[in-house]
Design a protein around this ligand. Structure first.
Ligand code: PLP
Length: 361
């Protein structure tokens, strides 16, 4: 079956930056080739800039965003550790599941979906947690939470773990400035690359407290680190790095930094506001709480009497536009529209607004 060219305006993947796509066609190199290792080093340096960190341990993990979540808990949770998880959507729920599998005593702080995380409730959930985990940009609801405020309020002994899968390179992220210890992202959203890598960063404080021999070989950061930064012993093989994807991420990051991180954030903000304003002008109701809406992922309630699945199907098959269904209990009552990375442009917003208007009138 032949692939088709779609406009990917769902919750991810998004259409990659052209530079990222072009890099996939570059000659393949061995994962220990010095030229490739130079590209890897530059990719890690570029990731540090985008994360806002000087963390030496900043690297792309092999696997999708969930691998970042898995590595975040596997390398820092010991059985019985208290992990407070702020849950305001599907990915906070997933954190509870993953942390529990590594033996954490999970203290779950539930919020109404569509609302941001309440810092006070999360801080008061436990006096001495080992880790406090939170999703920066909840893709299931389109809500942004205030990581800086949370990190400042948690006990200084706790590690702050932030899911930045849908935020990195879309809205400002400042790992060092905010005091985040462990953070991960995914390449298929605002970074504008195919799915398959999870940019990851660890503070020196968290590194000191890592599990020496985590119960996963593949995601053991000690072993992966020996390949990525080598140290004095030189680079050693751990697993075959996905070289083409790393080259693609390298190219997308180059594009992002050339445009300028502030300009990239402003482009996402302008496109998201344009879409959200347009949807409201059409008489539709936005789902995420006002003042906490993500520009890169908009959630909108399906109007009464409209068959949400049919609209998505017609958008896809007749207009080549993908948007997402709602998540969880909102599967048929909410649509999720992404304007991420290369798609964070006014003309993409206008395209989906005009097409949707025709389908629901
Ligand atoms: N966290 C958030 C906030 C996400 O949006 C996603 C994916 O949509 C994930 C984690 C999991 O990432 P992946 O599906 O790439 O494994």
């Amino acid at each position: 079956m032949a692939l088709v060219d779609r406009v990917l305006l769902g919750p991810g993947p998004s259409n990659p930056y052209p530079e990222a796509t072009a890099a996939l066609g570059a000659p393949l190199l061995g994962h220990l080739d010095p030229v490739f290792l130079g590209v890897l080093d530059e990719t890690c340096a570029r990731l540090r800039t985008v994360w806002g960190t000087e963390n030496a341990r900043t690297l792309p993990l092999s696997g999708t965003g969930s691998i970042g979540m898995e590595a975040g808990f596997a390398n820092f949770v010991r059985p019985g550790d208290v992990v407070v998880v702020a849950v305001n959507g599907l990915f906070g729920e997933r954190m509870c599941d993953v942390a529990g599998r590594y033996g954490a005593e999970v203290v779950r702080v539930d919020h109404e979906w569509g609302q941001p995380v309440d810092v006070r409730r999360v801080v008061e959930a436990h006096p001495r947690p080992s880790i406090v985990a939170v999703v920066h940009a909840e893709t299931s609801t389109g809500v942004r939470s205030d990581i800086a405020a949370l990190a400042e309020a948690v006990h200084e002994d706790a590690l702050v773990l932030a899911d930045c899968v849908t935020s990195l390179a879309g809205i400002p992220v400042d790992v060092d400035g905010w005091g985040v210890d462990i953070a991960y992202s995914g390449t298929q959203k605002c970074l504008g690359v195919s799915p398959g890598l999870a940019p990851f960063t660890v503070s020196p404080k968290a590194w000191e407290r890592r599990v020496e021999r985590p119960p996963t070989w593949y995601l053991d950061l000690n072993l992966i680190g020996a390949y990525v930064d080598g140290g004095q012993g030189g680079r050693t093989y751990h697993h075959t790095a996905p070289v083409a994807l790393i080259a693609s991420l390298h190219a997308a990051l180059g594009r992002i930094l050339e445009e300028g991180l502030d300009a990239v954030h402003a482009r996402h903000q302008a496109a998201g506001e344009h879409l959200q304003g347009g949807l409201q002008e059409m008489g539709l109701e936005l789902f995420a709480a006002e003042g906490h809406r993500l520009p890169e992922l908009t959630t909108v309630r399906v109007p009464d009497g409209v068959d949400s699945a049919k609209v998505r199907r017609v958008l896809l098959t007749e207009h080549n536009i993908e948007i997402g269904a709602g998540a969880g209990a909102y599967a048929s009552s909410v649509w999720r529209i992404g304007l991420m990375g290369h798609n964070a442009r006014i003309e993409r917003a206008d395209l989906v607004l005009a097409t949707l208007a025709r389908l629901i009138k």
